[in-house]
Ligand binder design. Structure first.
Ligand SMILES: Cc1ncc(COP(=O)(O)O)c(C=O)c1O
Length: 498
């Protein structure tokens, strides 16, 4: 602490991190808001992806700043060297992984979130607690999930899966796993079942929960990439005979590779018959419930004991925002509740909030991420989201049909929802190394800034993968992708003969 000039040790020059010139901050803030709106408005004019130039990388080698820099200069650096190089999931031709687009009006929410800087504990009797609970109720309604379910906003689908699978563990185990930990010497091993197409976060969760990767039995899929229910039943039977405890079926409503939807009703019946927990990973597929035309594709979703989904994918909410819902409140709270004396609720005052969110998940302090979807749903209305999601499903069908109609292209998986997988095969009878050729086509499509699909391997073949959670894409964007793949394919083919 700095002493004042009178050298009296009891007088200190107390400061805060607030600006000395609030008007300067105001004017920079206005400038930044203008810049961000322009940035989003003009997104289509920029390439779908561009690499970071050397100069930007030099910035990231600078040493720790110990002294102050003018705020305007710092922003100028960000504007020049950081802002132009996003993942670019905001771009109309971004279809990599399962990238969501976000919406411009959520910029407003972001300013409010940052200014309030709420800890979002839930036990605090403040607006953020009630916004989150209201949002959870709206989400239950949208997904036909029971009203009395508990829920929590989390960072994303991976964390939502972790929470759901943790609840399955405490609920199904015949002993107190929270007390003893997983004990496979004294008790039957808990077995979780998922298809080979389940997301990697399922395996990660099972490992982190101390169950061990041996507790995850991956079940083969059928030609349409949905779980083979016959093989699942056989695995459950054989595990029971071997003295294990079949604990949880993990269904996927929209697999990451192809968008395949496991037979949700059949799996719900099976879990019920076998006395097992049903967790459904509906990271993006769940929101097809909002479309009047497509909602039946995920019928049965609402029967899952725990349901994981992402608002930052197909609800076009800015990163990051996932959600987990659990039937009934008890199993959820029994898994996570730890209430120390410094978090005891009060009858009145600041600590008299509706509930303590830390009793439902890993985090204590959290960002006020509920405000973005809350404001977005209020601004656009839920019906609008249903239409937008259906638009993406129809765009996937449009791309699918274009591929099927062109002999130079080959579809590599059925298009179940909003993900299309295909490759360039060239002219009939051309003997090409298709895996290497298509890998190079994809890189050039990205490097030339034409579009940003990603890739996967399906049945051993390299696939160009287009995942559409993008409200900015138009049919003409998919035309441009197909044209790009065909022309780059023809350009490269002579170098990739088998
Ligand atoms: C089916 C599925 N589950 C889980 C996840 C993980 O979600 P997140 O990236 O939000 O953690 C993804 C991500 O693409 C996914 O597609």
């Amino acid at each position: 602490m700095r002493k004042t000039s009178d050298s009296n040790p009891r007088h200190f020059d107390e400061r805060s991190l607030d600006p000395d010139d609030w008007e300067g901050l105001r004017s920079l803030g206005h400038q930044v808001l203008d810049d961000m709106i322009d940035y989003l408005h003009s997104v289509r004019e920029r390439p779908a992806w561009q690499p970071l130039p050397k100069q930007a990388k030099t910035l990231f080698e600078e040493t720790l700043p110990t002294a102050a820099s003018p705020r305007d200069d710092v922003y100028a650096t960000v504007k020049e060297h950081i802002l132009p190089f996003p993942t670019n999931n905001i771009h109309p031709r971004f279809w990599s992984w399962v990238g969501g687009t976000g919406t411009p009006t959520q910029l407003i929410a972001d300013m409010v979130i940052s200014a309030m800087n709420s800890g979002s504990l839930g036990m605090d009797e403040v607006a953020s607690s009630h916004v989150e609970l209201q949002l959870l109720n709206w989400l239950k309604l949208l997904l036909d999930y029971p009203e009395d379910a508990s829920g929590l906003l989390v960072s994303g689908g991976s964390m939502a899966n972790f929470v759901g699978l943790a609840v399955a563990r405490t609920h199904i185990a015949t002993y107190d796993v929270r007390d003893t930990g997983i004990d496979v010497r004294a008790h039957p091993r808990l077995i979780y079942y998922a298809s080979t197409e389940a997301h990697s976060s399922v395996k990660k969760a099972i490992e982190l929960l101390g169950l061990g990767a041996k507790s995850l039995h991956l079940i083969p899929v059928r030609d349409d990439f949905t779980i083979d229910v016959g093989a699942l039943k056989a695995a459950i039977d054989s595990d029971r005979k071997a003295g294990h405890l079949p604990a949880c079926i993990v269904a996927t409503a929209g697999t990451v590779n192809t968008g395949a939807i496991d037979p949700l009703e059949v799996l719900a019946d099976l879990a019920h018959e076998e006395d097992m927990w049903l967790h459904t990973d509906a990271a993006f597929g769940g929101f097809s419930k909002l479309s009047n035309q497509s909602r039946d594709r995920v019928k049965g979703l609402e029967r899952a004991d725990s349901l994981a989904f992402d608002l930052h994918k197909w609800l076009y909410v800015q990163y990051d925002c996932g959600c987990v819902l659990i039937q009934g409140d008890k199993p959820h709270r029994e898994t996570f509740s730890v209430v120390p004396s410094y978090l005891l609720p009060a009858e009145r005052g600041l600590a008299s909030g509706p509930l303590n969110f830390s009793e439902y998940g890993v985090q204590l302090s959290r960002s006020f991420r509920a405000l973005r979807p809350w404001m977005a749903l209020k601004t656009e209305g839920a019906d609008r989201y249903g239409e937008q999601i259906e638009q993406n499903i129809q765009q996937a069908k449009y791309l699918n049909d274009k591929i099927v109609a062109d002999a130079q292209l080959e579809l590599l998986a059925p298009t179940a929802l909003n993900i299309v997988n295909f490759r360039y095969v060239g002219t009939p009878n051309s003997a090409l190394d298709l895996d290497k050729l298509n890998a190079e086509i994809l890189l050039l499509i990205q490097e030339r800034g034409i579009a940003a699909p990603s890739s996967t391997i399906l049945n051993g073949h390299f696939s160009i993968r287009v995942a559409i959670c993008n409200h900015r894409s138009r049919r003409s964007d998919f035309d441009a992708l197909v044209d790009g793949v065909i022309s780059i394919g023809a350009e490269l083919a002579p170098n990739f003969t088998a």
